[in-house]
Design a protein around this ligand. Structure first.
Ligand SMILES: [Zn+2]
Length: 286
């Protein structure tokens, strides 16, 4: 990922307040951890099934990113890249969606209280529609590489965050609500899968447009970046995760889409650069 050193960053889009890094405990460890991360990816959108009562929070305070004010800060503090992605993603959607309302990215370690319940790190990144916030345990990016076998890299991380913001866009345009009303059906062509593929497509649309934003923080996406983003989408495909955990593939229980579907919709968004190409709900072929 190439960054524009002179771009201004807006750290206020990193939600938080209070907390600080308290380093709360993860309830599960070892082998069980893997399963929970995977379950979280499968639930993704609303991790209520994995949420329990929490006492400590490891919310990163807004202040942790206050020094991230310019693109050049990314080389001094790599954490500033999360501000850059968040700013770029929201600047794009604010220009593309009428009435876009700003969300925030809240990073945490350990546990965090959200309007969707208390989440642990094991939940993985998610979007909570009830408070319109993207939650991110940045340690997930290590899991993506070590547990899910992705190559990782900045573009892979940017894809994951952009996917969560894709849910925010779906929330604003009403598709998320429709899917929630449809209940928890699963399967390769289920409303849930269509929503997830829409978020992947939206991520691709942003990645394309990120490069041409005036004074935006991202100045270029290389072929290798795109490959890494696609690789991350493949690593979280339902079929691949099922194979890893159970040794078999069950299309009827898919909630996010297959490796092939996810990478194809991400690329569809990237090649068109147009959110109208992300109508996964009327698409005949997913
Ligand atoms: Zn999702």
């Amino acid at each position: 990922m190439q960054y524009n050193e002179n771009a201004q960053l807006d750290p206020s889009q990193m939600g938080g307040g209070g907390g600080g890094r308290s380093g709360g405990k993860i309830a599960l460890g070892g082998g069980a951890g893997l399963l929970v991360v995977i379950l979280a990816l499968v639930f993704g959108l609303n991790p209520s099934a994995l949420l329990g009562d929490g006492t400590t929070t490891g919310e990163t305070s807004t202040g942790a990113y206050a020094h991230c004010t310019r693109g050049s800060d990314i080389s001094a503090d790599r954490d500033c890249r999360f501000v850059a992605y968040t700013n770029s993603i929201q600047a794009y959607w604010a220009s593309a969606v009428e009435g876009y309302t700003m969300s925030t990215t809240k990073t945490f370690t350990g546990r965090i209280d959200t309007a969707c319940g208390t989440a642990t790190s094991a939940v993985g990144p998610f979007y909570c529609p009830a408070d319109s916030t993207v939650y991110l345990d940045t340690g997930f990016f290590d899991d993506l590489v070590t547990q899910l076998g992705a190559q990782g890299g900045d573009a892979a991380e940017a894809y994951v965050i952009a996917h969560e913001y894709g849910h925010h866009v779906s929330n604003l345009i009403g598709t998320l609500d429709e899917v929630q009303r449809a209940g928890n059906q699963t399967g390769a062509t289920s409303p849930q899968v269509r929503l997830e593929l829409q978020a992947d497509c939206f991520a691709g649309v942003w990645l394309k447009n990120a490069q041409t934003q005036e004074n935006g923080p991202i100045s270029g996406v290389t072929t290798d970046d795109l490959k890494r983003a696609v690789d991350a989408a493949q690593a979280v495909g339902d079929d691949r995760i099922q194979e890893q955990t159970t040794g078999r593939v069950d299309r009827e229980s898919w909630t996010h889409g297959s490796t092939e579907q996810r990478s194809r919709w991400l690329l569809a968004g990237y090649s068109s650069g147009n959110p109208n190409s992300c109508d996964t709900f009327s698409a005949k072929t997913l």
